[in-house]
Design a protein around this ligand. Sequence first.
Ligand code: HPA
Length: 273
Amino acid sequence: MVSFVEQLNESVAYIRNRCKGETAVGIILGSGLGNLVQEIETTCEIPYEEIPHFPVSTVQGHRGRLLFGRLGGKPVWVMAGRFHFYEGYTAQQVSYPVRVLRLLGVKTLLLTNAAGGVNPKFSIGDLMVIQDHISFFTQNPLIGKNEDELGTRFPDMSEPYSKSLISKVESLAAEHNIPLQKGVYTGVTGPTFETRAEYKLIHLLGGDAVGMSTVQETIAAVHAGMAVFAMSVITDIGIREEENTITHEEVLQAAREAEPKLTLLFTEMVKSL
Ligand code: HPA
């Protein structure tokens, strides 16, 4: 039986053998937000299913490949498509690619996602910088034996999202006249969208947005000592009293429409790193 760390090393060795890239920046793209890859001068591409020990993405709107290339002239590893707990993967599998990125040399991780807004000031299409998160409604990916080679047993989580990366994006957004919201992302398991009572509860608990990804990846990244930056596209407003039905198609559509702003910001951000 190959140990977890040995599995990671095998994944990394396979990737290194196919892609010669070295870089400190990694990006994971969320639902309906895969078009950023068009901005990348790709030099190497590996479908997830070809990487040993990698889970395989199944959900519609996710493409499932690892890319190496340049964004705004800077080298990046990009995970186009992520793994979700609701697909049946364990929390550890969901965060597996983050560990692989870390072992590939990534120290700064940029994440995107589609999320439901529960802050009444938010509108569909808003970009929200994730300032902090609530992960209690999901499963922690660090449960189980701690791999001391990857990180400490009890990681500090006082600054899961790097303050310096947040201020960098705020200045870039101001420069390009892109309005930004800032708030707390609440991670849930899905796959159901929330009931009205649940959206209200999330808001009462201090959440500004809710989504089915990101928190497990962030936890694994912080555990491994990475600096994380994450941005949500608000694709639906959960706290509406009327017309409160939400569909996956609507989420993907709203994500696609907001994507150009996000692509611009991410490109500028990578350039500045
Ligand atoms: N809830 C949970 N996840 C989501 C939502 C939502 O309203 N929108 C996009 N992802």
